[in-house]
Design a protein around this ligand. Structure first.
Ligand SMILES: Nc1ncnc2c1ncn2[C@@H]1O[C@H](COP(=O)(O)OP(=O)(O)OP(=O)(O)O)[C@@H](O)[C@H]1O
Length: 365
């Protein structure tokens, strides 16, 4: 699978750009702030229906305009896949596949497998559990649409249950019948989600360990530990036991929406005890393992976006990653870098077909 062409209109700082891509490696080079990452983000948008960097959709519309359109042609299994996403202020986001609107954005999930490696991945280590849950859910959902639907339903039910709890705080009336229904439905949904997450970590961990060793050249023990209240109690027990607390808090404080992933290096949390370099290697191994996992499951190499990673890594790690590229492990690759010469030299050294796009500041054209 590969991205053949891309047209971007009014997306972030990009006014109107057209690209015809190389099937193998494409590099966007240019000075800081010219919009290289924004182009990668537009590609990301085609796979996920949202920005990797800015979750507030309206803020992705170019300043001073009132809509954006991203239009892409992919080739998948020798067939053209035409994906268009657009957003106009005051209207709903539209996502189309081959001219037909999606009713549910989630139906698009997984059609275009894609993995991004970016400096902002450090959020996975530094931010709260929600960021890690989103990562977990995003990887599993790319391969399992049933999981995604269960998750959406679960989140809807939690929102409804929270509304009920809030209502109790206002009216002091608790609609017990509705609460029982919500609790039962949550019990039904929580367990398959829990089982899928548990199974995923079990299958993913050896791949992650393999790439971590390959990139770092050492055998440091790395762990991803799935932390969940469901290890010790059922969802319905948790909900029943914590009802008084939930009523006081006015939200549901227990369940799989509180799960977390603990990242450990040699038995210690990497957030507290990992050096910056160790954290970076950890994250890159995590993302390359994500890539490999999806590839194994789907039989298709996901598109890979490398945002600025040459800038942030030492030469040894860059070499290791490029060795992987050279093994033909990867499918199509998009790279952003500030140094045109460095990128060109690196790519010449791996003897692969590539194309360089020089991106200029739109205001200096
Ligand atoms: N909605 C928007 N409208 C206009 N410009 C925007 C919008 N959102 C972001 N930008 C601009 O896009 C630019 C950043 O682009 P981007 O992050 O793609 O740069 P880059 O080329 O990757 O830079 P670097 O090499 O520093 O990572 C910034 O100048 C930012 O202000």
């Amino acid at each position: 699978m590969y991205l053949k062409s891309l047209n971007i209109l009014n997306f972030k700082n990009i006014e109107d750009e057209n690209f015809q891509f190389n099937q193998r490696i494409n590099c966007f080079v240019g000075l800081n702030g010219v919009g290289k990452t924004n182009i990668l983000d537009a590609i990301y948008y085609m796979a996920y229906g949202k920005s990797y960097f800015n979750p507030i959709a309206l803020q992705n519309i170019k300043h001073g305009t009132d809509f954006f359109v991203i239009d892409a042609h992919f080739v998948k299994n020798d067939k053209d896949e035409h994906i268009v996403c657009s957003l106009k202020k005051g209207q709903k986001r539209i996502l189309k596949r081959n001219g037909k609107n999606y009713d549910r954005f989630s139906d698009h999930f997984g059609l275009i497998p894609l993995v991004i490696i970016s400096p902002s991945d450090t959020d996975l280590i530094t931010e709260g559990s929600e960021t890690r849950r989103k990562f977990l859910d995003s990887v599993i959902s790319q391969m399992d649409s049933q999981y995604l639907q269960q998750l959406i339903q679960y989140q809807k039910l939690i929102a409804q249950r929270n509304a009920l709890l809030k209502n109790y705080a206002l009216s002091h009336f608790l609609d017990q019948d509705t609460l029982v229904v919500y609790n039962e439905q949550l019990e039904i949904l929580a367990h398959p989600i829990y089982e899928s997450r548990k199974q995923f970590i079990q299958d993913f961990l050896p791949i992650f360990n393999y790439y971590h060793q390959l990139i770092t050249d050492n055998k440091d023990d790395v762990q991803l530990i799935y932390e969940t209240q469901l290890n010790s109690k059922t969802m319905s027990t948790l909900l029943t036991e914590n009802l008084n607390k939930d009523l006081a808090l006015q939200y549901t404080s227990v369940g799989i929406h509180k799960d977390d992933l603990s990242f450990e290096l040699k038995g210690y949390p990497i957030k507290k005890f990992g050096s910056q370099g160790q954290q970076k290697s950890f994250l890159i191994a995590l993302k390359i393992a994500q890539f490999e996992f999806i590839k194994k499951q789907k039989g298709i190499a996901p598109i890979l976006l490398f945002d600025d990673i040459f800038d942030k890594l030492d030469e040894n790690r860059v070499r290791k990653i490029l060795e992987l590229v050279n093994l033909d492990t990867f499918g199509q690759l998009f790279i952003s870098d500030t140094h045109a010469e460095r990128t060109e030299n690196l790519l010449n050294s791996i003897h692969q077909d590539f194309e360089i796009f020089k991106i200029q500041n739109p205001n200096n054209e």
